[in-house]
Ligand binder design. Structure first.
Ligand code: GAL
Length: 348
């Protein structure tokens, strides 16, 4: 493994560094300590051309100016908490309602905007960046001093592994995710509509018009949410279902069955590229970047609608307020651990 550290700018008086891990086959993963954000994952296509398959910027200014969540670590709680309210051990908490009356992605100054400390570890066949951050008691309205660690590992067998460790000194909520958008095409400015997607899920929580789960589940059979066999992402962009119309595509949690070796497979055979993902989390929120923008360029090109697909592994959104949505409470006597692995594969 080859490891390089390059100055990436300054934020809040602190140095931001881009750290690149590159394996023997030339595959590389680059992350910055602003938001513990993945900014690039360079892999070959079927002709051996290396390209970046995640959405990211070359300059820190773009991350500071545009709050895109591209590649960032999101939390303390990813996704939405209804009206920003929850109650824990009999005490009521009010978090910032920063989107449509709900709390989204940990608040306006969430973990995606923190400057993380880091350390690099090298093994025989892999290398890791360990990002560490202490989120103070009361930060963004959350109780407890949270010590969080995010570890990105690149392996010789083309895995990018994401691991979280966290501890708190008071009961709190913790449900982080990574917000990387994938795009396996060979040219910038292409959308992902012709990518094939497989998701091991037959149940999707239905959302209300503020994008908050209603508590009802939709059976994917016969709907554009049925990706139990590989299907083009296009099927969700046809907007022929009230739930895809609401979001303008996919912006939904998929409850994972964990029935096979992989929870999600994304492939673009035209480029000979695929990503296989598995996780220990309950769900994956799939967001298909349902709008383009001319506020910035990516790879020198305008950003079309469906410019990428985010596979955000996490517990179900609003779990603290919904019956049967799982537990996202972290207590002082516990250590939080979660992992998600994305494996790149060249297709024949
Ligand atoms: C997603 C969320 C979307 C949007 C996006 C960030 O996780 O579900 O609604 O907010 O993040 O642009």
């Amino acid at each position: 493994m080859q490891i390089t550290e390059t100055a990436f700018g300054q934020y809040d008086g602190q140095e931001i560094t881009a750290i690149t891990l590159q394996n023997e086959q030339g595959v590389s993963l680059t992350a910055i300590n602003y938001g513990a954000t993945v900014i690039a994952w360079h892999v070959p296509d079927k002709e051996g051309r290396f390209q970046n398959i995640v959405l990211g910027f070359d300059r820190l200014e773009d991350y500071l100016q545009h709050h895109t969540y591209y590649g960032a670590t999101v939390g303390r709680v990813a996704g939405r908490i209804g009206k920003g309210r929850f109650s824990l051990d009999g005490q009521d908490y009010q978090l910032e309602a920063n989107q449509n009356g709900n709390h989204l992605h940990g608040g306006t100054l969430g973990l995606d905007q923190a400057v993380w400390d880091y350390e690099i570890r090298e093994g025989e066949t892999e290398a890791s960046i360990l990002f560490r951050h202490v989120d103070l008691d009361g930060s963004n309205g959350y109780p407890g001093r949270l010590e969080a660690e995010v570890v990105y590992t690149l392996t010789e067998d083309q895995e990018w592994r994401v691991e979280y460790h966290a501890r708190t000194d008071r009961p709190t909520l913790f449900n982080p995710t990574n917000h990387t958008y994938f795009n396996l095409s060979q040219e910038a400015g292409q959308d992902v509509l012709q990518h094939l997607l497989l998701v091991d899920s037959s149940r999707v929580p239905e959302l209300d018009k503020t994008m908050l789960p209603t508590g009802q589940f939709l059976d994917v059979a016969g709907t554009p949410f049925d990706f139990r066999r590989p299907a083009r992402i296009q099927q969700a962009a046809a907007l022929d279902h009230p739930q895809t119309q609401l979001a303008g595509g996919l912006d939904h949690p998929f409850l994972l069955e964990h029935s096979g070796d992989f929870d999600v497979v994304l492939a673009y055979p035209e480029a000979g590229r695929s990503i296989r993902m598995h996780t220990d989390r309950d769900a994956v929120v799939i967001f298909t970047h349902n709008g383009g923008t001319d506020e910035y360029l990516l790879g020198g090109k305008p950003v079309p609608a469906y410019a990428g697909i985010a596979l955000e592994t996490q517990s179900l959104p609003d779990a603290i307020n919904q019956e049967g949505f799982g537990n996202i409470v972290l207590r002082p006597d516990e250590e939080f651990y979660a992992r998600t692995v994305y494996q790149f594969q060249l297709l024949d």
